[in-house]
Design a protein around this ligand. Structure first.
Ligand code: UDX
Length: 433
């Protein structure tokens, strides 16, 4: 089968490479010629474990192609995945102009039956919009179906998530489209992946409901952590005991500076807008988002409590990305916290294993970028752990203590044991313990 994936961003590239690895012929399309040139040489523009290996392998085996020629790619494909961006507009709603452009290109090049599938997260009703554009603008009367097949890929483990997903969701109105998509996912049948087959709108909403629920779990445990701090309780034990209840589950109950990244912040805001659009006041979603932003402010207060006035103090910050194993700093709590520190007159010595280049344009000019964790600690009044990269879990704490001006550690990801840190002579603060 020939398919094409339009948009070689994060979702498109992982989707294209993984389908090629399933044995399908995949053409990945992007209008950015430089990017396509690099991809054709096996240069991967994002940091994603395992991705380069499967891109290289499938380029070599001639099942994966990269091109800027959208017209030809559409014409030769039975299935077209749309994975272009839907950035938030000023009013919080998603900007669908890229989706609309692609739909027009599909209409122009429709030369036989095709299934058009949305892979990027799109507002409810986008499938219908694509159907309308193609129906109105197609030149000949060729048939087509529109389907929704949302991705649930986590950055840092996207390839693994694609190859071994918890579920695959397919939304479509027509049996033929469903059968073709099932066929594409044959390798996942063999490992007994559950398939949820449903209507277009339901499928579109599943993605938002899932991400919003994850965000809700995080905001919930962060509020519990804040109560624990005041009540003298330990949030980790609370979360562990809660998670043993199978109705609740243990995942996404880790407290910290709040969620970030390209998905949860955008999808919670979009869901709120979807609700508004149908005249529903989704109070819980509003609260989840407000709690998340407030959590960043509380982390700043925590650092202030540890060092006293921030003006003139030097703060070492470990971790800039929104989570470990990625170079993505979008909506990263660490960035907000650092900008807050600088605004109040602190000098920041920052280190991140992968995110420093991306972070530089988002952080006020004054930050100092260090070559490792120890350089960030050197001469600092306090060391803040903002992202739980593995290398921050195994620091030589005696060395850290000797480098710091004062032995103060504020651990926003609860990586270290409070008792052990205090025994070593640190003034140690974490979240909810
Ligand atoms: C998320 C969803 O998990 C994925 O299914 C969807 O397709 C895209 O959005 P991602 O944004 O890559 O994936 O990251 P994820 O691992 O979900 O973490 C999101 C944020 O929540 C991170 O900032 C992380 O630090 C934070 N988090 C996560 C917590 O603070 N506590 C937790 O218990 C879990």
């Amino acid at each position: 089968m020939n398919i094409c994936v339009i948009g070689t961003g994060y979702v498109g590239l992982v989707t294209g490479a993984c389908f090629a690895d399933f044995g399908v012929n995949v053409t990945c399309v992007d209008k950015d010629g430089e990017k396509i040139k690099k991809l054709n040489h096996g240069e991967i523009p994002i940091y994603e474990p395992g991705l380069k290996e499967i891109v290289d392998k499938n380029l070599r085996e001639k099942r994966l192609f990269f091109t800027t020629d959208i017209n030809e790619s559409i014409r030769k494909s039975l299935v077209i995945f749309i994975a272009v961006g839907t950035p938030p507009r000023g009013d919080g709603r998603a900007d669908l102009s890229y989706i609309e452009d692609v739909s027009r290109a599909i209409a122009e090049n429709l030369n036989g039956y095709k299934v058009i599938v949305t892979k990027s997260t799109v507002p409810v009703g986008t499938g219908k919009l694509i159907e309308k554009i193609i129906s109105e603008e197609r030149r000949q009367g060729h048939l087509f179906d529109v389907a929704s097949n949302p991705e649930f890929l986590r950055e840092g483990s996207a390839v693994e998530d694609f190859m071994r997903p918890d579920r695959v969701v397919i939304g479509a109105r027509n049996e033929q489209a469903i059968a073709i998509l099932r066929d594409l996912y044959t390798p996942l049948y063999l490992i007994e992946t559950p398939f949820v087959v449903t209507g277009l709108e339901t499928s579109e909403l599943i993605k938002y409901a899932s991400n919003a629920f994850l965000a809700l779990k995080i905001s919930f445990i962060n509020e519990i952590a804040n109560v624990c701090e005041k009540a003298g309780a330990d949030v980790h034990v609370v979360a562990k005991a809660m998670g043993l209840d199978r109705r609740i589950g243990p995942k996404f109950l880790h407290p910290g500076p709040g969620y970030g990244g390209s998905c949860l912040p955008k999808d919670t805001a979009a869901l709120l807008n979807i609700a508004k659009g149908v005249n529903y006041d989704f109070k819980l979603m509003d609260a989840v988002m407000a709690v998340n932003l407030n959590q960043r402010k509380l982390m700043l207060v925590k650092i202030k409590d540890a060092v006293g006035k921030l003006k003139g103090k030097t703060i070492g910050v470990l971790g800039l990305t929104f989570k470990p194993n990625t170079d993505d700093v979008r909506e990263s709590p660490a960035i907000d916290i650092i900008n807050g520190l600088i605004k109040e007159g602190a000098i920041v010595r920052a280190y991140d294993p992968a995110g420093m280049k991306n972070a530089a344009s988002l952080i006020a000019d004054k930050a100092i970028y260090c070559k490792d964790s120890y350089e960030a600690a050197e001469g600092s009044d306090c060391l803040v752990i903002a992202t739980e990269w593995n290398q921050f879990r195994i620091l030589d704490m005696e060395r850290v203590k000797s480098l710091l001006k004062r032995p103060v550690v504020v651990d926003l990801r609860n990586v270290y044991e409070p008792d052990a840190m205090r025994k070593m002579g640190f003034e140690y603060k974490s979240v909810g313990r």
